[in-house]
Design a protein around this ligand. Structure first.
Ligand SMILES: Cc1cc2nc3c(=O)[nH]c(=O)nc-3n(C[C@H](O)[C@H](O)[C@H](O)COP(=O)(O)OP(=O)(O)OC[C@H]3O[C@@H](n4cnc5c(N)ncnc54)[C@H](O)[C@@H]3O)c2cc1C
Length: 424
């Protein structure tokens, strides 16, 4: 049996951040990761000289000073990273528009403009309503943007991403993650034709080499990391945890899939255990990705809202760093599809997309987007608090069922580390 103070399950951004922060504070820890290399969702490979973000295309930014300070302490920012301004587009009915859609409505056809602005003016007359006062995501989108814009853009796009009934999706969960302009602001944006400057990712940093795998590998440097180890049992004894019958720790940090946790747990109070087991029914979506060569473009991303087009986004990863594709080759991009999509169907979709794309590789990740229905957050919080009392901490996108970006995962890692340090 190997002893350590804190055992961390999972070497994605969350687990590695926790481990590195603990190490920096002198707290002994071991990380167990079931995959053959660290990274989780942000993992990258190189295929035929092109960098392939296996899930999406990960860029870094944060508005939280504490996260920025810690993150940039791990890197030599100006030598190791490039900074870029985001240029997003929307490819709607074969027309390329700016992002977000509500600022570029004046580019639509006259009949659609008349309908949308008629509805926005009606909404404006009804008075300002706080976004968070709507009962669910669908009611917010309909009430805030009107039925025509909802049907044209928000409904098909969000249905593609979430593959679920939007009226069941909780709104507080999306607070701070989406632009939420009211009708007056939308009308003004279209008259003044202002570019949206305060988007979540309006500017970002990106490693000069090896994409987000570079971030992961730096965070993993010097850690006691065991790859190829799937955690299957977590046994609770009075003041310790035994993991896979092989490691003993006072504290455990779980960053894996919350739905799988109940099957690992032994020796806990039956009430807490049944609360964990009840979380088996949480819903998530996967992502299928195509890595392609494409004609050069200035865009960072293009969103694909059309309901009859299976893909939902193109990420021009080839634009993020010149080292992301071989010298003399066209740049690469990743085309994202929600859920499991066959290679044939993905290839057929390319014919309808701009850029004259050619397929290099593809990947399917079964869990990429968490879906939060009404009440999920409360159920999860109760379980998280109960487990914390037992020195088992939940941290990360799938362990907490939150729509975390990398910076949010690091912020949460800081909280968990502070908690562990207090108990140490
Ligand atoms: C399409 C897409 C695009 C995104 N783009 C961005 C972006 O541009 N910028 C940004 O900041 N964020 C982005 N994100 C979010 C980002 O990917 C996540 O915030 C982050 O990767 C979450 O890391 P994590 O460690 O919490 O989870 P994960 O990456 O899922 O890591 C969990 C790890 O635990 C391991 N594990 C699970 N169970 C076990 C077990 N039983 N035993 C051992 N190991 C186990 C897994 O193998 C995995 O490595 C994006 C996400 C998606 C889906």
């Amino acid at each position: 049996m190997q002893n350590t103070h804190t055992l961390i399950i999972g070497a994605g951004i969350s687990g590695l951040s926790v481990a590195r922060m603990l190490t920096q504070k002198g707290i002994d820890n071991i990380v167990l990761e079931r995959a053959s290399k660290p990274g989780g969702l942000v993992k990258c490979d190189v295929v035929d000289g092109h960098l392939f973000h296996r899930v999406g295309g990960h860029v870094f930014n944060t508005k939280v000073q504490g996260v920025a300070d810690w993150f940039w302490d791990q890197f030599v920012r100006d030598e190791e990273f490039l900074s870029a301004r985001r240029k997003s587009g929307i490819f709607l009915r074969d027309q390329l528009l700016g992002y977000p859609i509500e600022n570029y409505l004046y580019l639509l056809d006259e009949a659609t403009i008349r309908k949308i602005f008629g509805e926005l003016l009606n909404l404006e007359q009804q008075g300002k309503r706080e976004p968070m006062s709507y009962p669910n995501f669908e009611a917010f989108l309909l009430g805030n943007f009107g039925p025509t814009l909802y049907e044209l853009y928000f409904k098909p796009y969000n249905h593609k991403i979430w593959k679920t009934d939007l009226s069941r999706v909780d709104l507080p969960w999306l607070e701070g993650k989406l632009p939420m302009p009211n009708s007056r602001e939308i009308i003004m944006s279209n008259i003044l034709r202002k570019e949206e400057a305060n988007m979540v990712h309006s500017s970002f940093y990106y490693p000069r080499n090896r994409g987000s795998q570079f971030i992961v590998d730096r965070l993993a440097e010097g850690l006691q990391l065991n790859t190829g180890v799937q955690v299957e049992t977590l046994e609770r004894f009075s003041d310790s945890w035994v993991v896979n019958g092989q490691w003993m720790a006072q504290q455990v940090v779980f960053t894996g899939d919350l739905r799988k946790l109940h099957a690992m747990l032994q020796g806990l109070d039956a009430g807490l255990l049944s609360g964990v087991e009840a979380l088996k029914d949480l819903r998530s979506n996967g992502t299928s990705n195509l890595l392609c060569e494409t004609d050069p473009t200035e865009h960072s991303w293009i969103y694909l809202p059309d309901g009859d087009l299976p893909a939902h986004r193109i990420i021009y990863t080839g634009n993020f760093s010149p080292t992301n594709h071989p010298v003399g080759s066209r740049p690469s991009c990743t085309v994202e599809f929600s859920g499991k999509t066959s290679l044939e169907s993905m290839k057929a979709t390319l014919k309808r997309l701009p850029g004259n794309m050619k397929v290099i590789d593809h990947n399917f990740e079964p869990n990429s987007y968490v879906i939060q229905y009404r009440g999920d957050r409360q159920r999860i919080a109760a379980v998280r608090d109960g487990l914390r009392e037992e020195n088992l901490h939940l941290a990360g996108r799938f362990a907490e069922w939150e729509y975390y970006n990398m910076d949010k995962a690091m912020e949460r890692a800081m909280e968990v580390v502070a908690d562990i340090q207090q108990k140490a």
